[in-house]
Every structure is written in structure tokens, then in C-alpha cells.
Write a protein that binds this ligand. Structure first.
Ligand code: TXA
Ligand code: MG
Length: 327
């Protein structure tokens, strides 16, 4: 049985207690719900991979209630401190060299010598992390490869019976995962576009390389097929991008005035606001998947969305949702 906890003082205290004893608790952040476990407890971390069905080579993000606590586990130079100061708490994850005395279980970062750290700004997540009083490893709280959850109900749809509890803190404000920025090398590298627009980061620290850094390429080299990681965030119906017309047997994910003639539709943002669209993206994919299947639709057509601001994170998630499912 998975307990549903309300995000009041007793609910948060119960969730913190469960984390401290090594149990798994899903909790809301400003981006998506996380599947949390004590990052210093290797058994709890192993249980996260198990509950999600996540490949062990894919490392997890450590969540902290305070900036100083996060920086204490990594090697932080002046540039790192500047970024942390400016963007934390918030939807940004930093990949940094792990300190030798870091108590986080090695399994958390899948054996890499780096650690991904983040300080979420959601008030419930903050009080949970402070009460748990330890780093909490938390991937998005969905089964591996599925669409990330932005409500407590989404979490239960995928993980009911597989985790101890869900702390219900309402729908997530940002709606896409954190931006992941690698600061281990001389130049910063964008590993995943997300809740902090890359333009805002570049305004703070200058040009950021888009690409796959050495550490991740190395970890991924163990994959049987590189395509394994490409398909992600996948609904059951096939996804077709940049649709300029829609068929009567397709579901439509609309951005702005909708194309006519779809079997059913979900509006991301009538005003074509990428931030609003990001907050509705995963809910939209879930809704169209269910409704489209009910109506016998053959797929989901997505209208074009510009890739500036949060549009870059949206494009990344949609490209993965549309990728061949081979793996
Ligand atoms: O918004 C978010 O980031 C959410 C909430 C719960 O905080 N978490 C999340 O976690 O999206 P997950 O596990 O679904 O995605 C973590 C990403 C993965 O792409 C992983 O490969 C990368 O971060 N990552 C984690 N540790 C890393 C490391 N040491 N080096 C490189 N990439 C890392
Ligand atoms: Mg995820």
C-alpha cells in the first residue's frame, strides 16, 4: 500500500521519518514529482532504481534543503558559487566533481566521480528536505521511460504499491524537469534543457556548450543500443511533431489557435506562452494518450513550438516522446 500524505505539518513529518528510515517517498517540487530516497543509504538508492525500473548506469540527482549543504558535497569554485547563488533555490541541477569525503552512496551517481546536486524552491520540498536532514536522491517519480508526473495522482498511476508514500503538494508550477548544467570542465555544458532557460544561464556565465560531456558519453557506452536512451517521456500513442495539418483520427496537442479537424485536442497555451505550455505539457500528453486511445486515434500530432525560453525544454521532451521506441 502506498500512503497518500497531505502536505501539512504532520504529513511532512511522516514523510521525513519514512525517508530517514530508508523508505521511498514521492514528493512535489517546482518542476515535477521526485521519487525520493536517502542518498546516503545504498539500499534506499538501490530501491529507487528498482521501483522505477531504471537502468543502473543512469545517475540520480541529490536534493538539498540549503545551498551550503549541497555545495559541501562537491568541489565548488567561484563560477559554481556564483551560479548557485543566483539560481538556487530553483529548477537548476549542477553536475560537479564529488568531494572525497562526500557521504552520498556511490550508486546514486552510478559510479561516476561527479555528483548532480539541486536545491528545489518548492516550500513543501524545502521543509521535507530540511526535516529529513540528509541529501535525498530523487529521479522523476515515473516508471522508467514514461511521462514525468506533475501531480500526486500521476505518481500513483505509475508507482502505486511500489513506494511507501506520496506527499501531495499539488500540481507542479514549472512542469518540466530542472535544467542540468555540467560544470566539471573548463567550459559549462548543457546536459538537459529544463526549468531555467539556457538564455538566463548564459546571461550570467557566458556561452554554454550544448552537447554530451565525457562523463555521460562514458556511462552510456555500456548501453546495448544508443537508441535506448533516446526514447523517453513516451506516451503509448505515437507522437508526430511540427504538424501543420491534423487528421480526423489523430489527437492534437495545440499551441495557439488549434488546427481544425482533430479527434480530440489539448491546448498547451492559446496565447503561445512557452512557460504556460511547459507547465501543461506532461498533463497534456497523459490526457491525449487516454482520450485518444478511447476514441481509437492512431497518434498524437503536435503543433510547432518555438525553442526559446522554456520552449527548448519542451522541444527536448517532445523529440524524445516522438523517438523510435526500439529499446
Ligand atoms: O526536475 C528534476 O530534475 C527532477 C526533480 C524530481 O528534481 N528530477 C529528475 O531526475 O528529472 P531524473 O533522474 O529523471 O533526471 C536526472 C538527469 C538524468 O538525465 C541523469 O542522466 C542526469 O540528470 N544526471 C544525474 N547525475 C548525473 C551526473 N553525475 N552526471 C551527468 N548527468 C547526471
Ligand atoms: Mg526522468
Amino acid at each position: 500500500m502506498t500512503e497518500m500524505l497531505t502536505a501539512d505539518a504532520p504529513g511532512i513529518a511522516r514523510a521525513a521519518g519514512l525517508l530517514r528510515e530508508g523508505s521511498l517517498v514521492a514528493f512535489g517540487t517546482e518542476t515535477v514529482y521526485g521519487l525520493g530516497g536517502d542518498a546516503t543509504n545504498a539500499r534506499a538508492v538501490a530501491a529507487i532504481f528498482e521501483a522505477k525500473g531504471r537502468p543502473r548506469f543512469n545517475p540520480l540527482i541529490c536534493h538539498y534543503g540549503a545551498v551550503e549543504a549541497a555545495l559541501a558535497h562537491v568541489v565548488a569554485d567561484a563560477r559554481t558559487r556564483q551560479v548557485a547563488q543566483q539560481f538556487w533555490p530553483g529548477p537548476l541541477t549542477l553536475v560537479l566533481p564529488r568531494r572525497a569525503d562526500c557521504p552520498v552512496a556511490l550508486l546514486t551517481s552510478a559510479g561516476l566521480d561527479t555528483l548532480a546536486v539541486r536545491v528545489p524552491d518548492h516550500p513543501v520540498a524545502q521543509s521535507l528536505l530540511r526535516q529529513a536532514d540528509r541529501p535525498v536522491a530523487a529521479p522523476s517519480a515515473n516508471r522508467s521511460g514514461a511521462v514525468s508526473p506533475t501531480t500526486a495522482r500521476h505518481v500513483l498511476e505509475g508507482l502505486s504499491g511500489r513506494i511507501a508514500a506520496v506527499l501531495d503538494s499539488g500540481p507542479c508550477r514549472v512542469g518540466v524537469e530542472s535544467t542540468v548544467l555540467d560544470l566539471t570542465g573548463p567550459g559549462p555544458v548543457l546536459l538537459r534543457p529544463g526549468g531555467v532557460p539556457v538564455e538566463a544561464l548564459e546571461a550570467a556565465i557566458g556561452p554554454i556548450q550544448r552537447g554530451v560531456p565525457h562523463a555521460v558519453a562514458h556511462a552510456a557506452s555500456g548501453l546495448r543500443s544508443p537508441g535506448l536512451m533516446v526514447s523517453h517521456y513516451a506516451p503509448s500513442l505515437p507522437v508526430r511533431l511540427d504538424a501543420v495539418a491534423v487528421a480526423a483520427d489523430e489527437a492534437l496537442l495545440a499551441f495557439g489557435p488549434p488546427l481544425p479537424g482533430a479527434a480530440c485536442q489539448f491546448q498547451l497555451s492559446l496565447a503561445t506562452d512557452a512557460t504556460e505550455a511547459a507547465s501543461r505539457l506532461f498533463e497534456g500528453l497523459r490526457r491525449l494518450d487516454a482520450e485518444g486511445a478511447r476514441l481509437g486515434a492512431r497518434g498524437i500530432a503536435v503543433m510547432p513550438i518555438p525553442t526559446t525560453g522554456l520552449g527548448l525544454a519542451i522541444a527536448d521532451r517532445l523529440q524524445r516522446a516522438a523517438a523510435p521506441r526500439g529499446g
